[in-house]
Design a protein around this ligand. Structure first.
Ligand code: SF4
Length: 152
């Protein structure tokens, strides 16, 4: 089961989208230097389709994308909710994973964007040209690496 700590509307995490970012708890990745170590704990409220709908209602007409930040402890639940975001809410779906692994080819349809990679302080986050992290746009089952959109 996924749980969330908080949520907010953000403008920079996904290029060209107004994103409702939902911070999930129970992160199993444990990156040294993590910006949010409280998200490692099994705390927060359960996240399901009805809760997502209530969050979305806080920003009527503004949000174009919902991004699940974390959820590496239950990737199947992330995929299920992202499918719901796309198919039932008719929004773009994004997953901000801390793992290097991508979903299997038959699971990619659930996502419009996937960010991969743990935080490595010496390499920097997505805004760093040396980063180990990637942001992919998913289109028709193929992946386009758009990490460069963060570099100025
Ligand atoms: S994946 Fe994100 S939340 Fe989890 S430990 Fe790494 S930086 Fe922190």
């Amino acid at each position: 089961m996924l749980k969330y700590y908080n949520y907010d509307i953000v403008f920079q995490e996904i290029p060209d989208e107004v994103t409702l970012a939902v911070n999930l708890t129970g992160c199993p990745v444990h990156c040294p230097g993590c910006h949010s170590p409280h998200l490692w704990e099994d705390i927060g409220e359960p996240l399901d389709e009805a809760v997502l709908r209530k969050m979305y209602a806080d920003y009527p007409g503004e949000v174009t994308c919902i991004c699940l930040m974390g959820g590496d402890g239950d990737p199947a639940a992330v995929k299920q909710l992202c499918s719901y975001i796309k198919e039932e809410m008719h929004l773009r779906s994004a997953w901000w994973s801390g793992r290097d692994d991508l979903p299997s080819a038959d699971a990619l349809d659930a996502f419009d964007y996937i960010k991969t990679g743990p935080y490595v302080a010496s390499l920097g986050g997505l805004k760093s040209r040396t980063t180990n992290q990637h942001l992919y746009r998913v289109q028709a089952g193929s992946l386009e690496d758009i990490t460069f959109r963060f570099w100025r």
